[in-house]
Design a protein around this ligand. Sequence first.
Ligand code: MTE
Length: 321
Amino acid sequence: MVAIHRRPSWAILESRATPEAVFLDRRRILQGFGMGLAGLSGLLPAPALAQDADPTADLYPAKRNEAYTIDRALTPETISGNYNNFYEYGTFKEIAEAAQQLKTRPWEIAIDGQVEAPFTIAFDDLVRKIPLETRLYRHRCVEAWSMTVPWVGFPLKSLVALAKPLGSAKYVRFETFLDPEMAPGQDNFLYPWPYVEGVTIQEAGHDLAFMVTGAYDKPLGKQFGAPIRLHLPWKYGFKSIKSIRKISFVEERPVGLWEALQSSEYGFWANVNPDVSHPRWSQAHERVIDTGEMIPTHIFNGYGAEVAGLYAGLESEPLYM
Ligand code: MTE
C-alpha cells in the first residue's frame, strides 16, 4: 500500500492538507465533473440548493422535536451547503454544483438480509410511512470541524421496525448508489466504491440515530446526500452515509469505505472523544465552519448522557477511532 495514495484527503486538517494534485491532476478532475473552474467561483445561493418540484415538498416544514435542542447557533445553509464531503462528486469541499448531477428520482431502497421478508420500497412511499420531524443536531467531522444543522427526518429505529429484522441480525449495513456516470468521483479507483457504513443493531435502535430526508425546512439538497442519508450525531461524520440505496441486516460487522481504506485511522465505532487523538492530529478542539472559532470538543459530541450506555461492556473495543 502506498500510504499517500490511500489516505483520504478529508482526513487531513485543512491547514496541513496536501493538495489532491499530489497524485491527481485537478483540472482533469474538474473537467471530468463537467463543471470547469467557474464551478468553484462562489457560494451557491440558497434557492439554487433546493430541489425543483420535489414530490415530497408538501411534507416540509416538519414539526420541531423539542427534545433535540442545542447550545450553538445554527450554521447558515449558504455555508453548510457549500462545504461538504461527498467523494462521489470530488475529494474537496466545493462539490455542491457537481452534486446536482445526482438523479434522485426514481429512487428505490432495498431492505434485505436477516429480515422476515426482504423488500424494495420507493423513497417517495417510505417517506410517507413515518412522520417527519425537525431536529437540531451537532455535526462533527473527524477532520476537526463542526456545524449545526436543522435536519428533518425520522428515527432509524422506525425504519428498523418496518424492516422486521430477525434475532440473528447483529448489524445494519448501509450502501450508497453505484453509478459513475451520475457520480464521476466513483471513477476514482483509489476508493472502494460504493460507499458503505454500518452500525450495531443496538445503535440503530437508539432514538438519536436519524434518517435524514430534509434540512432547513425543505427536502434534502443533493450535496447533503439526497434523497435520504443517515446522521449519527455522537459519531464522526464519516459514519453518516449519504444517498442510501440499500439497507441490509447482517450477522457480520460491516466494513465501511474508510475503514477498508485505512483501518488504523477510521474504525467501525468512530465515537467522538476529545481525549483520543487521531493518529495524525488532536481531536480536543473543533473549528466551527461559519465563524472559524475553535471550541472544545465533547465526549460523544455532547450526547454522552444519551448514548454512553450503548458501550457498556465494550471497553476493550477501539470505541473512539
Ligand atoms: N456519504 C457518501 N456517500 N459519500 C461521502 O463522501 N462523506 C462522509 C459522510 N457521508 C460521505 C458520506 C463524511 S467524511 C462526512 S464528514 C459527512 O458525510 C459530511 O456531510 P455533510 O457534507 O452533509 O456535512
